[in-house]
Design a binder for this molecule. Structure first.
Ligand SMILES: [Mg+2]
Length: 401
C-alpha cells in the first residue's frame, strides 16, 4: 500500500507557544506581532536568541546570536526567558490532538511530529483534507500555526513542511520531486550539513537534482553509507518508517567482562573510558541527555557494588560523562580484583526539551564539535579506529613489562 505520511512542524514554536500562553493569561500584547525573542539570561552577556518573532527577523535578528547583539539591532526588543515546562505542555497538547487521527506518531522533536496515516484513511478520503482539518483545528483549538508536509515518503514529508511558511500545507509526492525539490540548493536536503556541503560543491553538486542524477556508485565512492543515504533522500526513496513506538530508553548502559582480572585504577581506567564513550555515543544517537552516571564493579568473588552521581547539568558529552565515570571509579574501587566493569547513564530526557541550558558554555560547544567528529569517524571506520591519546599511552604502558 502506498504510504501516506504527514510531517507537522510548529511555526516559531517557542515564541508562538509563549505568545499564546501570555494571551491566555490576560496579556493584551501578542508577542508574535512585535519585535520579540526567546533567549537566555541577558545580564550575563551569555544568552543567545533561541526563537524570534517575524518582526524581530525583519530587524536582521538571527537565531543563535547573542542577545546583546540582537538588542543593538533593535533596542526595544522584548526578551522572554525560556520556559521548558510550558513548551512541554503545548507539545503534549499537540500530540494529544494528533492521537485522534492515528496511533502511528513519531515525536521527532518537541515541535515536530511524523504521522503515518496510511492505515487510518478511510476509503475515498483524501489525505489533503485531513491535513487541512488538522492545521485548522490546531489554530482554532490550540491557538498557533503549523506547517504540514504530505508525502508517500517520510523524508519527503519532512522536506515539504519546510517549504513556504507559516501556516501552509505542501505536498511532495515521489512523482513531484523533479519540479518541487530538485531545483533546490543541495544545502536544503535533510541531513546535509556544512561539512558535506563543501565536498558536494567540489564535485559540482549544487542542487538536490544534481545529487539525485549522479550515479549511485559515484556517491558511495565519495561519501560511503552516508552518501547512499542522502542520494536516496534526493531520489525520494528514503524507505524510512514512522518510528511510532514510544521507545524512550529509561537508561543506557554498557559493561564488559574483562579478559583477565584487573587490580588497579590504572588498568581499569582505559576500559571505563571506552565504555563511557560508547554510552555517550548511544545517548547522542537517541538524541537524549543524561543527568546521572553510575559505575558498577564486580570482583572475582562476584560481589557487585556501584556508585552514582548527579551531573552538574544534563549532558551527552563524552568528556563530561567520562570525567564523572572516572571520579566514581576512584571513589568506588577498594583494591580488589575486578572481573567486570560497567557504566550506565540515567535520568534521560530528550535533547530538544532542554536545548537552552546547554547554550551557556562555550567550552561545551567545542566538546560537541569533537564528539560529532568522533561519532562520524566511528560510523565510518568502526570503533577500534578512534582512541584518545591518553588511552593509547595507558594501554602501551600496560603492555610494557
Ligand atoms: Mg518548528
Amino acid at each position: 500500500m502506498e504510504k501516506r505520511i504527514l510531517h507537522i512542524d510548529v511555526n516559531n514554536a517557542f515564541l508562538s507557544w509563549t505568545a499564546v500562553d501570555r494571551l491566555k493569561h490576560g496579556d493584551k500584547l501578542d508577542l508574535r506581532t512585535i519585535p520579540a525573542i526567546i533567549g537566555g539570561d541577558e545580564s550575563q552577556r551569555k544568552g543567545i536568541v533561541v526563537a524570534k518573532s517575524n518582526i524581530a527577523k525583519q530587524f536582521g535578528i538571527k537565531t543563535g546570536e547573542p542577545i546583546y547583539q540582537a538588542r543593538k539591532k533593535c533596542p526595544s526588543i522584548i526578551n522572554v526567558p525560556a520556559n521548558h515546562s510550558l513548551y512541554k505542555k503545548y507539545s503534549d497538547n499537540l500530540y494529544k490532538l494528533f492521537c485522534e487521527y492515528t496511533d502511528k506518531i513519531e515525536r521527532f522533536s518537541i515541535d515536530e511530529c511524523f504521522l503515518d496515516l496510511t492505515e487510518f484513511i478511510k476509503p475515498g478520503e483524501d489525505v489533503l483534507k485531513i491535513a487541512i482539518e488538522i492545521k485548522e483545528r490546531v489554530k482554532k483549538e490550540l491557538g498557533f500555526t503549523v506547517n504540514i508536509g504530505i508525502s508517500d515518503d517520510k523524508i519527503l514529508a519532512k522536506m515539504a513542511s519546510d517549504f513556504e511558511k507559516p501556516d501552509k500545507i505542501h505536498t511532495l509526492f515521489k512523482n513531484e520531486i523533479e519540479y518541487k525539490m530538485w531545483n533546490l540548493p543541495i544545502s536544503e536536503l535533510f541531513m546535509v550539513g556544512k561539512k558535506s556541503l563543501n565536498k558536494l560543491d567540489k564535485l559540482g553538486i549544487k542542487t538536490i537534482g544534481d545529487l539525485a542524477k549522479k550515479d549511485e556508485r559515484f556517491i558511495i565512492k565519495h561519501f560511503g553509507k552516508y552518501g547512499f543515504m542522502i542520494w536516496s533522500y534526493a531520489n525520494g526513496n528514503s524507505n524510512e518508517e514512522v518510528n511510532y513506538k514510544e521507545s524512550r530508553p529509561k537508561g543506557i548502559g554498557n559493561s564488559v567482562t574483562l579478559p583477565y582480572d584487573m587490580a588497579s585504577i590504572e588498568q581499569l581506567t582505559p576500559v571505563l573510558v571506552r565504555l563511557s564513550e560508547q554510552v555517550s555515543y548511544r545517548l547522542r544517537k537517541e538524541n537524549m541527555i543524561a543527568s546521572v552516571v553510575n559505575v558498577q564493579l564486580k570482583n572475582n568473588k562476584f560481589e557487585v557494588y556501584s556508585h552514582q552521581k548527579k551531573l552538574p547539568h544534563r549532558t551527552d558529552s563524552s568528556k563530561e560523562i567520562t570525567k564523572a565515570a572516572k571520579e566514581l571509579l576512584e571513589e568506588l574501587y577498594k583494591g580488589d580484583k575486578i572481573r567486570l566493569i560497567g557504566i550506565r547513564v540515567d535520568g534521560l530526557s530528550g535533547k530538544d526539551e532542554i536545548q537552552l541550558s546547554l547554550f551557556d558554555e562555550k567550552e561545551e560547544s567545542k566538546d560537541k564539535k569533537i564528539d560529532k567528529t568522533v561519532d562520524y569517524l566511528k560510523e565510518k571506520f568502526g570503533y577500534g579506529m578512534i582512541k584518545k591519546a591518553s588511552e593509547i599511552k595507558r594501554e602501551d604502558k600496560q603492555i610494557k613489562p
